[in-house]
Design a protein around this ligand. Sequence first.
Ligand SMILES: NC(=O)c1ccc[n+]([C@@H]2O[C@H](COP(=O)([O-])OP(=O)(O)OC[C@H]3O[C@@H](n4cnc5c(N)ncnc54)[C@H](O)[C@@H]3O)[C@@H](O)[C@H]2O)c1
Length: 432
Amino acid sequence: MAERVFVFGAGYVGLVTGACLATSGHTVTVLDVDERKLESLRKGECPFFEPGLSEVITKALAAGTLSFSLLGDIEAVENIAVIAVGTPSTATGSADMTYVRAVADFLEEKAAPGTVVVMKSTVPPGTGAKLSARLAAAGLGYASNPEFLREGSAVTDWFETDRVVIGGDDASVAKISRLYADMDSPILACDVTSAEMIKYASNAFLATKISFINEIAVLCDFVGASVDDVSKGIGMDTRIGASFLKPGIGYGGSCFPKDTRALDFLATLNGYDFHLLRSVIDVNSRQRLLPVRALKARFGSLEGHRVALLGLTFKPETDDTREAPAIEIAELLQAEGAEVVGFNPIPVTIPGLDTIATTIEEAVSGADAIVLSTEWAQIVESNWPALVASMTGERIVFDGRNALDPKVIRAAGGSYIGVGRPEGVGANNHAG
Ligand SMILES: NC(=O)c1ccc[n+]([C@@H]2O[C@H](COP(=O)([O-])OP(=O)(O)OC[C@H]3O[C@@H](n4cnc5c(N)ncnc54)[C@H](O)[C@@H]3O)[C@@H](O)[C@H]2O)c1
């Protein structure tokens, strides 16, 4: 059965949610406060880079099931209202609930009684219990429906999600389940607070896997083991699983850093010291120092050295640079006196980095070091012998994602440094 849906927030989550629900036949209006964003959306242009999303928007617009509206222009909201606005970090690490509160206030005033408010934004466990009581007084239902999509593969993730989590009373869960009726994914129904906790616990666990393998990578460097082989070997154990075991300069983005901080804040607020999570966060911060430490160890001072920083987004296939490791690395390298030239396969800017080349060749030519920060295919699959040949001096290649073949870099006269990949160890790594 087609449902009438209003989605608040035309960001990565709101837009994917709205467009995908509309292609499934639901009648969706996506609302935002940013008129410029809405103008381009009405023309079928996606305001950010997300593979496949433009096509889904165009299809839904053509079918007449998707529309866009400025928040201030909407007079009535009914049936289902999905909140998908940002919940960034505050200075304390807690989740900033300003945008969520603004939408909740709006709905309290404008939504027709019987409307079910669905929280898709990531909000601290306990939020829904309080908010639902307030909304109930206005005759509104409430459900928590956390989102697990990943930028870069958001559309596929939407349609092929491992699970849909819906927290709420029986009536709300039944209603929201209908949004996913055409999908094969299992639905986990639970109470609101547990649904909220599932989202934070999932992100914290994935971040833990990343920091764990990063710790193992450090030990691999000490003892002369290949973290690539170790990661593969432990990932083959089905109890562990192979995903999120890739070592490197750490996680970034708009979710893991802020959600781990918010969960840690929640623990502290409740008088509990979440040691393990604190260590996960600390290890991640330390990983970002690795390229700077490695270059300082080689050059002594970075003064007068030119470094090409490749991959400025927090992961490939997105234009999102929120909390991308490249931001901090650029800042640290420049503070040490290096001249940094950035490059990203799709045009983006990052704070504090003024020089961004339009081609990888331009960024690398004349550099005496490279830091590979994000493993875009366009970067990894470049002509590395030619790139190394265009460098000068020691031609150091710091591979922050263990994505390059050390043999190729060394054969071209470069000096390769990976994360947990000591020279001469591992299948990918022998000199010949
Ligand atoms: N980005 C992800 O990969 C991802 C994945 C899962 C969950 N989440 C969570 O989903 C939420 C949204 O994240 P995002 O990355 O889509 O955020 P975003 O910053 O990309 O988008 C938020 C949108 O909300 C709009 N907005 C702000 N106030 C508004 C209001 N009062 N009414 C209507 N629109 C308003 C903004 O203009 C913006 O377009 C966050 O809580 C995030 O943690 C994000």
